[in-house]
Design a protein around this ligand. Structure first.
Ligand SMILES: [Zn+2]
Ligand SMILES: [Zn+2]
Length: 404
């Protein structure tokens, strides 16, 4: 368990995660870290099995700790079909078959992969009441230590409450080999945090919502770490990969400490996730979470900048002012990073901003503008500003061979 005493009204934060191991040779330590388990069910997809799963499987087998493995076809989306496969695959059939017994379960589920495999296993772990852990193969999002799982169920994307990984194991060598779009997605998910915390502060002051200063500071510190490292990701600098991984996991930990994604998700997540949902509704495979959220971060930044220029609301104005230097950093980074965009159609972009307001029950600047009859004008102008200032090509143009 990771614990922290705090000066906020909660007084104390804790999560049931036991070990977070981020190191060069973390993969070789898996059996030692999971020494208390003896029937481990390993889940990977074809890609993650090749880069890490196979090696972990051999290690657990040799230690007599492996029950069995399941390798899903790549790319393995976190959808009802794959959750079903993991659920069915988890059981251990008795031999001979006993008509009076239930199938035996593993005592641990070990997910090997990044966002999709983690979320799929997190749900099965929660439903079966079996602890799980993750061997992360890419620093592509902050969900490793999170408490919720966004899952595809039919033509809907639904965020389910779930359990938390007991062990998070990140091998820097493996993560250094991750596909570049996944590294960009990780940064996209992190630049979002300035907007998320600003929204949280606004809600604290305008609606009296609970706010934890320590958690907010930890998230902002993690964001700074990731932004400092971002320009070295393309050269796959191991130190940049380590800093990004640490930042993403710390952000996830803060979500878990808070008990909700509030510290890591505001306007930009609600807009980015609405674009994801719009794809799902149309039967399309959604784009990488961090890429959508990264683009939506620029929409949110432009909305805040416009409001700062126009408003005489002292409270909101001074809160935005506090984050202007951070917005400058994010915008400067985009000039070298060229984060690709997925939504370039004007109507689609605007629809995401308008629908994003009610994506979940959470007070953000979108609600503030809606209440004042300003949201439609701001959404349209944000599109023009984002495309003019921050657009360096679409995801497809930059990565024509990307499969998922
Ligand atoms: Zn606190
Ligand atoms: Zn996110």
């Amino acid at each position: 368990m990771i614990e922290m005493d705090c000066s906020c009204v909660q007084g104390h934060h804790s999560i049931p995660t036991e070990v977070i191991e981020i190191s060069e040779n973390a993969l070789q330590k898996v059996a030692g870290i999971l020494k208390d388990y003896h029937r481990i069910f390993l889940v990977a997809d074809e890609n993650t099995y090749a880069v890490a799963g196979q090696q972990v499987e051999a290690q657990l087998k040799e230690a007599g700790m492996l029950s069995h493995s399941l390798v899903l076809p790549s790319p393995a989306l976190p959808n009802a079909e794959n959750i079903g496969k993991v659920l069915i695959g988890a059981g251990i059939d008795t031999d001979p078959y006993d008509i009076n017994a239930f199938s035996l379960n593993p005592d641990y589920i070990l997910a090997v992969g990044s966002g999709s495999i983690n979320d799929t296993c997190r749900m099965v772990s929660y439903r079966l009441g079996i602890p799980y852990g993750i061997v992360g193969t890419a620093p592509s999002m902050d969900g490793y230590a999170s408490v919720v799982a966004p899952l595809l169920n039919g033509n809907r994307k639904i965020i389910y409450n779930c359990t938390i990984a007991r062990h998070i194991i990140i091998d820097i060598g493996v993560n250094t080999q991750a596909p570049y779009p996944l590294l960009l997605a990780g940064i996209g998910d992190m630049i979002a945090k300035y907007v998320a915390i600003l929204d949280w502060e606004i809600s604290r002051d305008l609606t009296g919502e609970y706010y934890c200063d320590n958690i907010a500071h930890m998230v902002l510190e993690a964001t700074g770490k990731c932004i400092d490292a971002a320009s070295d990701l393309k050269s796959r600098n191991p130190e940049a990969i380590r800093r990004t991984s640490e930042g993403l996991i710390l952000s996830g930990e803060c979500i878990a400490f808070c008990g909700s994604s509030r510290p890591a998700s505001g306007t930009e997540h609600m807009v980015g996730q609405t674009w994801e949902v719009m794809d799902v509704e149309e039967g399309k495979v959604p784009n990488l979470h961090g890429i959508e959220v990264g683009e939506a971060t620029f929409a949110a930044i432009e909305i805040f900048r416009m409001l700062y220029e126009e408003t005489d609301d002292k409270v909101v104005r001074s809160l935005i002012e506090k984050y202007l230097p951070d917005f400058d950093r994010v915008e400067a980074l985009q000039k070298t990073l060229h984060l690709p965009f997925t939504v370039t159609d004007r109507d689609r972009f605007i629809e995401g901003v308008l629908r994003g307001r009610t994506f979940r029950v959470r007070y953000t600047i979108l609600q503030y503008l809606y209440d004042r009859g300003l949201l439609e004008r701001y959404a349209a102008e944000a599109y023009d500003r984002v495309m003019r200032k921050h657009f360096y090509g679409t995801f497809r143009e930059q990565f024509p061979d990307w499969e998922a």
